[in-house]
Design a protein around this ligand. Structure first.
Ligand SMILES: Cc1cc2nc3c(=O)[nH]c(=O)nc-3n(C[C@H](O)[C@H](O)[C@H](O)COP(=O)(O)OP(=O)(O)OC[C@H]3O[C@@H](n4cnc5c(N)ncnc54)[C@H](O)[C@@H]3O)c2cc1C
Length: 472
């Protein structure tokens, strides 16, 4: 009987455990244990009910175009619970000098693909619009070194585009700064388009698929969530995993090879396994692996993380009339606020608030404001209230406010990330019975973590013919 340990009970680890359970039920001679340091499963997936409102403390949805999360939900019987975002109301604003300016139609992740809406938009200065026109004629520029997103976007469209779009969009997704994130790892299609077409605008028109659109319509909703909240996914997986195989309150401290097996230390206990899936954040995985492989541990510890704070505020019905239509707004760094973004939850996912209430979800922290995690709830709520008053002239007092802190939860894909991950994976492949999963390697979103969890399980259990091949 093969014994497999899964370290971490977030969505990555739970998916891995579920994939192992499927193999076990299909007759594979294996058993598994999930070690989770906290008292709950789901990691950053956390949904709460407050005053009839559904509050998402961590992720609120996932990108529909990445199939692994929806596929998994269908497989565990949650198909009926899948809910698309209300894209009829899909407008996103950028804050410029304390005013909301809508992102013009046709802008695909900061690349303009429609001329007129961009020409008439007050989001960009004349200088940036002229850069956009010139960008159209750039010749192909094959293969340079990896660089930051800020550097690539600035070369094509100038610094204003970095400040007003690239940076706010990336701080929303990665909690990171455009000046620190790798183009090859975060926006690989931009590097490909530049190599092939030169102009990103022409490249985008020729590709016309794949990249998430931040404005404009589309057949499928851009985002998908669950009617009972994102935690439903973790809860659904938990019911399919043998309860006895989950060890709560069991932080894994170290891993050692002993006589061809893995010794896992958690508290005073030592357990032995044939294989281990490390589905904890890379920082933790590095600590755990220090004794087993110091070189691997140091590569893992080299992956940086940022922390974030989400604030959910519930209001009475007046909020709906007080705000413009749309999904919410992003705040460029140059505005000098602590708030990075704000979602109008009752517009994006109407089922989350009763008709007589509204919910705002604000993001703070990220690469440039780790200090916000040191403030107490009152200070954070006061900051958000003040900034909402300045930006959307909202003076109403919330019925409730909830603050959630996520320390070192968002992996940062810095330039060189792809080579670093290749080196990590090469080293892991040389160590028998070890696999990694989580948001630090091949994608930070929930669907990517699900795919990573499945792949890790298949690797350590050695793919059986009955196993479902993954869609790529
Ligand atoms: C605020 C926020 C908003 C986000 N929004 C979105 C979104 O809208 N859409 C989207 O697709 N993605 C979003 N993401 C990203 C996505 O949610 C995460 O990347 C993903 O959920 C990470 O899952 P995970 O299981 O890899 O890690 P985690 O959820 O961090 O889980 C890791 C688990 O490992 C446990 N652990 C750690 N160390 C040990 C140890 N030594 N021993 C045992 N257990 C350990 C932890 O307690 C935790 O339960 C968001 C992330 C955050 C923080």
């Amino acid at each position: 009987m093969k014994r497999i340990a899964v370290v971490g009970g977030g969505i990555s680890g739970l998916t891995a455990a579920f994939a192992l359970e499927k193999q076990r039920q299909a007759g594979a001679p294996l058993e598994y244990v999930v070690f989770e340091s906290s008292r709950r499963l789901g990691g950053v997936l956390l949904t709460e009910q407050v005053d009839g409102c559904q509050i998402e403390a961590g992720p609120d949805s996932f990108l529909t175009e990445k199939p692994w999360a929806s596929d998994l939900c269908r497989e565990i019987g949650l198909e009926e619970q899948l809910v698309g975002s209300n894209d009829a109301d899909r407008k996103t604003y950028i804050v410029v000098k304390n005013k909301l300016i809508v992102i013009p139609d046709g802008l695909m992740f900061m690349v303009p693909t429609k001329i007129m809406p961009t020409v008439f938009s007050s989001l960009f200065s004349l200088r940036t619009k002229l850069r956009m026109a010139r960008e159209w004629f750039l010749p192909p520029a094959p293969g340079g070194e990896d660089e930051t997103v800020a550097s690539l976007v600035e070369r094509h469209y100038g610094a204003e585009m970095v400040d007003r779009l690239a940076d706010p969009l990336l701080s929303g997704v990665y909690g990171g700064a455009a000046s620190q994130l790798s183009v090859r790892a975060v926006l690989p299609r931009f590097a490909e388009m530049e190599a092939k077409h030169g102009s990103l605008g022409r490249g985008m028109i020729s590709a016309r698929r794949g990249l998430p659109r931040v404005a404009g319509g589309g057949a499928r909703p851009l985002f998908t969530s669950l009617s009972g909240g994102m935690q439903q996914m973790a809860d659904g997986l938990a019911t399919r995993i043998a309860p006895a195989s989950i060890h709560f309150g069991s932080p894994v401290e170290s891993l050692h090879r002993k006589a061809d097996r893995w010794s896992i230390r958690s508290g005073t206990e030592e357990n032995f396994f044939d294989a281990v899936i490390l589905a904890a954040p890379a920082v933790a995985a590095g600590q755990i692996l220090k004794a087993a492989s110091s070189s691997l541990a140091s590569e893992l510890s080299g992956i940086q993380y940022t922390s974030s704070v989400t604030v959910n505020l519930g209001y009475g019905r007046e909020i709906r009339a007080a705000l413009p239509p749309g999904f919410g707004f992003l705040v460029p760094r140059s505005e000098g606020t602590r708030m990075l973004a704000c979602t109008f939850v009752h517009n994006k996912f109407p089922h989350r608030a009763p008709k007589d209430k509204g919910i705002l979800r604000c993001f703070l922290g990220g690469a440039r404001d780790e200090a916000v995690l040191g403030l107490n709830d009152g200070e954070i709520l006061g900051t958000v209230h003040r900034e909402l008053r300045d930006i959307v002239k909202l003076d109403a007092s919330p019925i409730f406010g909830r603050v959630y802190r996520w320390r070192e939860a968002m992996a940062q894909y810095e330039p060189g990330h792809i080579q670093r991950v290749a080196a990590i994976e090469k080293r892991v492949a040389q160590i028998p019975g070890l696999a990694l999963a989580g948001n630090a390697y091949h994608g930070i979103g929930v669907p990517d973590c699900i795919r990573a969890g499945m792949e890790a399980a298949n690797t350590v259990a050695q793919l059986t013919p009955e196993s479902q091949p993954l869609r790529r």
